[in-house]
Design a protein around this ligand. Structure first.
Ligand SMILES: [Zn+2]
Length: 186
């Protein structure tokens, strides 16, 4: 059990990394199931487009949610959660140092989800401060946008292959591979 100070007193936090891994495994399993078993197959066979759209929406939601640091821990108050999410909204890129980093291929969804939660969970303490640091909000927002773009493009890339996904949707050659760490197979 980890404790930290906040304006409302001392907040018990369970081990943030442990929780984030558990959450990531759970959401990763959903992502993996949704994508690998259903969406990619449906895309390959030009299946039910409404169903494909729905599952892609779910996948976007899940990977975005994992970038919210307070989704990787428990113990924060409702006000803290709401305060963070209210401030984590930008109509355009929040600064010149942020932006789309280009297409990186997601190799394994479960692994990608875990990596994402581990990365965002590191900011949980800052995210619970009465005024969450702007830099944390901007960085995690930027990561969420990039992760969502990478996941969606990866689903099509994996289902259709490089040539067809490029020809149909302009998905370029990946700049690298993500979601491919040593924990992937666990
Ligand atoms: Zn939330």
């Amino acid at each position: 059990m980890v404790r930290l100070h906040s304006s409302s007193g001392r907040i018990p936090l369970r081990n943030a990394v442990g929780i984030s891994i558990a959450l990531a495994v759970l959401l990763g399993a959903v992502l993996e199931r949704a994508n690998a078993w259903e969406t990619e197959e449906m895309i390959k066979t030009r299946g039910d487009s409404l169903k494909i759209a729905f599952v892609l929406g779910q996948a976007s939601h899940f990977i975005h949610d994992l970038n919210v640091p307070l989704h990787a821990v428990v113990g924060e108050s409702q006000q803290q959660h709401a305060a963070y999410e209210r401030s984590a909204s930008f109509p355009t890129w929040p600064g010149a140092q942020y932006g789309y980093r280009g297409f990186f291929l997601v190799k394994n969804d479960k692994c990608f989800a875990r990596e994402t939660a581990e990365r965002s969970g590191k900011h949980a303490y800052d995210a619970m401060k009465p005024v969450p640091p702007r830099a944390v909000i901007e960085r995690t927002w930027n990561d969420a946008v990039n992760d969502t773009a990478n996941l969606l493009q990866s689903i099509f890339y994996r289902a259709l292959g490089p040539e067809t996904s490029q020809a149909l949707y302009g998905i370029p050659t990946p700049k690298g591979v993500i979601g491919d760490g040593w924990l992937c197979g666990l």
